[in-house]
Write a protein that binds this ligand. Structure first.
Ligand SMILES: [Zn+2]
Length: 596
């Protein structure tokens, strides 16, 4: 729950925005029976896999498993938070919304109260001022020397609006003299709370969003300060891990080539564009994050990461693997040879060589495998090979656990792995299953007190029974009334299922009958929304609600008794218990225990 708006307001906004209209603005939909179908924007879809159900007001992709209500669609598609989507759709429908009373609204972080447009204006004002500094005969001299040395052309300086922050609180003084708002400059992170300039003696790179608004800055030191680069702090406009430098300039080329090339540094990006490689963007000196990938995925089908060979570590590859799986986007990796950064390489080798490097980038799985092979010398020894395989599968398993992966993707990955490490896909499947089950358990426990980010559920017995209960209640909420005493949130121990159960039971205690969209309107996380749609659907297919509910409740009870007597110590025991229980349950009730 957002905690920011009344539940009734949220429902009203949901009802006022027809899901077919909203999704229709992003995807071309055509009628198929009682539903609408279109190409899913969340995976590389070639035949329409996304169904929009006007009656239920939900959408669902049968290939990648994405699903939810109108809010979840926009959250995922536009990378917005739940409150942001509510605000936008309220505005669209002409509904005036007011946030809840102060006490609750206090959760809203301080910076969110800042008007983003005023903040962008303050940044734009500062950017202009920094540019004046750079072109100033005296003030800008040494900075211009540096720019010349780095072979950044005057056209690029202009195109990227490069500027200069000087010393002696120059910005604060000028702002005072010109009656600009110091308060906004403080909020933009350009001035400290003590009224001093934050950036001094730095080359300033304004960071824009896709609409060209100045949302922040990167500043490179010109006097050898400790931090080579510093960025604007997080504001309502700017969050480092969700911004890409150059996206505004690169996006058209990214769309037309289907490929986004990612470098780390500002100058790398500028130099690429200067030499005509216009589909290049830069992370702000960090590794690629999920946020970056999600943003890029709106424009690109493929991502090529270009590492400086120095930094191209296993670390970065691991993270890229995880992102590739979680975001369902192809990631390739290329390394600049001879320890250069991409900027130097571009200057020395030219456009064609850089393009060649990008074209010959290695699939991230293969990249990881090559690196492991090198480190274990596995060409030489059998043990080396074995260790490389072990480690490789473990990395992939971890990534699989972290990234919410549909069965279909898992199949594709197993095939891919099978080709890379020349191991039978059956064997890989088994190894991966073993490792992900373990991984997911750890993950589930680690997530107890955190925001749940994965819908991949533990495969174990108890989780299946918990899922079963939710499947039934989502389809037949009326059954809650009769088993109220037995159905409590204590039954659940998988974080994302707890999250759903808490909301569902709270609503069922308010009224006996609720619709899927009503539940979805109360759930803030995209992942939980997604799972709710999945559960509702699998439950609907299974039917047989009363029997299934009783079976699942009994199963959990039995399990707990056995656990108390410590008959169950490991997953293996748990699976044995599951088999026995299903057999017995089958004898009692032939059709009721298909716990999948
Ligand atoms: Zn899809």
């Amino acid at each position: 729950m957002s905690g920011l708006f009344e539940n009734s307001t949220v429902s009203r906004v949901q009802q006022a925005n027809d899901i077919v209209d909203i999704i229709g603005e992003h995807v071309s939909l055509s009628k198929k029976g009682r539903e609408m179908v279109g190409l899913c924007p969340f995976h590389d879809d070639h035949r329409p896999s996304m169904y929009v159900n006007p009656a239920k007001q939900i959408y669902k992709c049968f290939a990648c498993g994405a699903g939810g209500d109108v809010f979840k669609f926009l959250q995922l598609r536009e990378n917005l938070t739940f409150p942001q989507v509510i605000e936008r759709l309220a505005e669209r429908a002409g509904i005036k919304i007011k946030p809840l009373k102060q006490a609750k609204a206090r959760q809203k972080r301080e910076f969110e109260k800042v008007d983003p447009n005023r903040l962008a204006k303050a940044n734009t004002w500062a950017a202009k001022y920094f540019q004046q500094n750079l072109s100033d005969k005296q003030k800008g001299k040494s900075a211009r020397d540096y720019i010349n040395e780095r072979k950044i052309s005057p056209e690029s300086v202009k195109k990227w609006q490069i500027g200069l922050a000087v010393s002696n609180d120059d910005l604060v003084k000028t702002a005072n003299a010109r009656k600009a708002s110091i308060d906004m400059l403080i909020k933009a992170g350009l001035v400290t709370a003590q009224n001093h300039d934050k950036f001094t003696n730095r080359l300033m790179f304004p960071i824009t969003d896709v609409t060209g608004r100045a949302i922040g800055f990167g500043g490179r030191t010109l006097d050898g300060a400790d931090a080579k680069y510093i960025n604007s702090p997080t504001t309502v406009l700017f969050e480092k891990s969700n911004c890409l430098y150059g996206l505004e300039q690169a996006r058209h080329q990214i769309v037309s080539t289907g490929q986004g090339v990612v470098v780390e540094g500002y100058t790398d990006c500028i130099m690429a564009h200067q030499l005509g490689c216009a589909n290049v963007v830069a992370t702000l000196g960090t590794s690629l994050t999920s946020g970056h990938a999600r943003l890029l995925k709106r424009y690109a089908k493929k991502i090529v990461l270009v590492f400086d060979s120095d930094t191209a570590g296993i670390e970065a590859a691991n993270r890229a693997l995880e992102i590739c799986l979680a975001q369902r986007i192809d990631i390739k990796v290329a390394c600049v040879p001879e320890g250069k950064d991409p900027c130097d390489f571009l200057l020395a080798a030219g456009k064609e060589k850089f393009e060649h490097l990008v074209e010959n980038a290695t699939d991230v799985f293969q990249f990881k495998w090559n690196r492991l092979n090198e480190s274990f010398n596995s060409d030489d020894t059998l043990t080396g090979k074995r260790r490389a395989i072990e480690e490789f599968l473990q990395t992939v398993a971890t990534a699989v656990s972290a990234g919410n992966l549909a069965a279909i993707d898992r199949g594709l990955i197993v095939n891919r792995l099978s080709k890379i490490i020349a191991l039978d896909s059956k064997q890989i499947n088994a190894e991966l299953a073993r490792r992900t089950t373990r991984g997911q358990r750890t993950l589930a426990y680690n997530l107890q007190n955190q925001k749940v980010t994965s819908v991949e559920l533990p495969q174990g017995y108890i989780a299946a029974a918990q899922k079963e209960i939710l499947e039934v209640l989502l389809n037949e909420p009326g059954l809650y009334e009769t088993s109220k005493q037995k159905i409590t949130t204590d039954l659940f121990d998988v974080p994302i299922l707890i999250q759903i159960a808490v909301i569902l039971l709270e609503m069922l205690n308010e009224k006996p009958s609720i619709s899927l969209t009503e539940i979805l309107a109360r759930v803030e996380s995209v992942e939980a929304g997604n799972l709710i749609v999945q559960l509702a659907e699998s439950g609907e297919k299974k039917g047989n609600f009363q029997t299934r509910l009783n079976g699942a409740l009994e199963a959990i009870q039995q399990y707990r008794q056995h656990k108390k007597k410590s008959d169950i110590k490991s997953i293996k025991d748990e699976n044995k218990f599951l088999e026995r229980f299903i057999e017995n349950a089958g004898r009692r009730n032939p059709r009721n225990m298909g716990m999948t």
